[in-house]
Write a protein that binds this ligand. Structure first.
Ligand SMILES: Nc1ncnc2c1ncn2[C@@H]1O[C@H](COP(=O)(O)OP(=O)(O)O)[C@@H](O)[C@H]1O
Ligand SMILES: [Mg+2]
Length: 571
């Protein structure tokens, strides 16, 4: 490997004229060699040997003069040497002093310096000089103990040079995984060998760690690189209303959401789950630990109710904040916070939750199928309204919302204002499209991609994704993994309280979700909603079946509707 020689020599050369008509082929003849050797020694002295025969009838002879093995040699430059002679002088010096390289060239001071460099150092210096578009002798190179190189530079402009130096580090000089650092103070560039960062097939959930903050939820490990090891990544919820998790089926949404579920329960948040009935089985494991009546999974009406119960609690908390004269939950005295813990709502399969079939307007208004469809549309509107309002209004009350969905495209029904209020974004999956990233992230261009070598490695890539978290550098990451049994065992050991009634009661549902098909005798007279229907987005021109629910419910529905219409008009 090393180009360092054991002796330091200076090479001297001289020309010797041959007898006229000398046949250079005779040089191979030992007798001729003997005669020539004698002649050379008479003319030049000891230690010379023939280097080559030249066309002009001369022989080049050379000898090596031992010099002391100094790290560098100063040489004088003739006053005729110009700045533009640098390359020529370098090549002259380097053939005269094998193992030495010209490392300074100053024709104005009539001075050059030769330094003993290894072949690798010379090569590294050349590549860096080329990348920086400077002369090689203006870059001073030394080897590092870690097999990398340090370069003393005259100037370095990161915006101009980083990309090229990265290429030198990872391609021409080193290989992928090598990286560079610049000490701008001392103008030292280091190119350092490293391995490509990657993930193990799974990171076991780090149970038993001390809780730093009720707002910081451990989620996984961020990918390191450039000499930085992989490091724990928290979803930090102190200053935002929540987040949005996206990814195709199988990408790892449930695994990462489970980690969050455990994390918030460990931090004694009250948990609310909203899901479509056929997918709720994913969350069945944590049903015992939800907030009272916080299991909004058995029907859309249950989801609406569980969410609206939280909204009502938020309204109550708003009053408490005002009474205590504080801005937000964090400012409350500890005993008040203990009485009204953070609430985290997790809504999975949001796209499914917000979908509904068109209302079959060909059917009579009171046809049960039409009534059912209108009911579903109304409940969807209610859900959309409450999901829009909670992140917009309830952050100060200590309420957080995490949405999970296959794809948050504009056509999947997630109101843009909701996305806007949920700045923490996760996109799971190794092969995300540009389009998916565009929908997932606020600033897709500043979010890294899952590196190819991870995408190509089934184990490393499993569950990998990208996180764009507010107030943190966007990063590739992999969620912690634990089985739901493991999570349950630890929740039990922690003594996390269980709900007496996970599901919303029928009375709560009746209060929060008016029915369109109730009979006239059921309650008070119809509300003003009769006049305008639900304003469902299918453009119905006439009112749908008369609403017969409780006046209170009708009122709430109308308020939600109006709010929603306003928020839609605004967005
Ligand atoms: N972070 C992870 N660590 C290890 N394995 C994972 C991880 N994420 C996902 N997996 C594997 O991939 C499978 C599918 O993940 P899942 O979370 O159910 O996907 P999704 O909910 O997006 O459909 C999991 O059952 C698990 O085997
Ligand atoms: Mg899933």
């Amino acid at each position: 490997m090393s180009g360092r020689r054991t002796r330091a020599v200076r090479v001297e050369r001289a020309q010797m004229r041959m007898p006229a008509g000398f046949d250079t082929r005779k040089l191979a003849d030992p007798r001729v060699q003997k005669v020539l050797a004698q002649r050379i020694s008479t003319n030049f002295g000891d230690g010379w040997e023939i280097e080559e025969a030249n066309n002009d009838g001369t022989l080049t002879v050379r000898r090596e003069v031992e010099i002391s093995d100094v790290p560098s040699i100063d040489v004088k430059l003739a006053s005729s040497v110009k700045l533009s002679d640098g390359a020529k002088k370098q090549s002259d010096f380097e053939s005269e002093y094998p193992g030495y390289t010209m490392t300074a060239f100053d024709p104005y001071a009539h001075h050059a310096t030769l330094t003993r460099l290894t072949d690798e150092e010379v090569r590294a210096r050349g590549l860096v000089a080329e990348a920086l578009q400077v002369k090689p002798w203006d870059v001073q190179v030394t080897s590092r103990a870690d097999n990398g190189f340090d370069f003393q530079l005259r100037s370095y402009v990161p915006s101009k040079h980083d990309a090229r130096i990265r290429e030198v580090a990872t391609e021409t000089l080193g290989r992928p995984g090598w990286y560079h650092r610049v000490d701008m103070q001392n103008m030292v560039l280091s190119i350092i060998p490293g391995d490509l960062p990657t993930f193990p097939s799974a990171y076991p959930y780090p149970f038993g760690q001390s809780v730093k903050s009720v707002f910081d939820i451990p989620i996984g490990m961020a990918l390191g690189g450039d000499g930085v090891p992989n490091r724990p990544l928290d979803l930090r919820l102190a200053d935002s209303a929540g987040g949005l998790f996206q990814g195709l089926a199988g990408a790892g949404k449930s695994v990462s959401v489970n980690a969050v579920v455990y994390g918030v329960l460990e931090r004694r948040h009250q948990l609310v789950i909203l899901d479509v009935p056929h997918k709720a089985v994913d969350f069945e494991w944590c049903k015992p630990y939800v907030r009272e009546n916080g299991w909004g999974c058995e029907s859309k009406a249950a989801a609406v109710t569980a969410a609206r119960l939280v909204y009502d609690e938020g309204v109550r908390r708003g009053k408490v904040l005002r009474e205590m004269g504080v801005q937000k939950w964090q400012d409350l005295p500890e005993h008040v916070r203990a009485e009204m813990p953070l609430i985290t709502i997790i809504a999975d399969e949001l796209t499914g939750l917000l979908a509904f079939d068109p209302i079959p307007k060909a059917l009579p208004r009171d046809h049960p199928v039409r009534v059912e469809a209108a009911q579903a549309a109304a409940e969807t509107e209610l859900l959309k309204a409450v999901i829009t309002k909670i992140p917009a209004e309830m952050r100060a009350a200590g309420i957080r919302l995490l949405l999970a969905t296959q794809q948050a495209q504009s056509n999947t029904g997630i109101p843009p204002s909701v996305k806007l209020n949920l700045p923490n974004r996760v996109l799971l999956g190794i092969n995300a499209t540009k389009q998916a990233r565009g929908h997932a992230f606020a600033n897709p261009d500043s979010v890294p991609w899952v590196p190819e070598h991870i995408a190509a490695d089934a184990k490393a890539g499993r569950g990998a994704g990208v996180a764009e978290f507010e107030g943190q550098t966007s990063t590739v990451f992999k969620a912690f993994y634990a089985s739901t049994d493991d999570y349950l065992r630890h929740l039990e050991a922690l003594g996390v309280p269980r709900a007496a009634h996970p599901e919303p009661t029928p009375a709560q549902i009746a209060k929060h979700v008016p029915r369109l098909d109730e009979t006239e005798d059921d309650g008070p007279p119809p509300s003003a909603l009769d006049a305008g229907g639900f304003g469902a987005p299918d453009g119905r021109d006439a009112p749908e079946p008369r609403l017969r629910g409780a006046a209170a419910a009708g009122h709430q529905l109308r308020v939600a509707e109006a709010e929603h219409a306003r928020s839609q008009a605004a967005s």
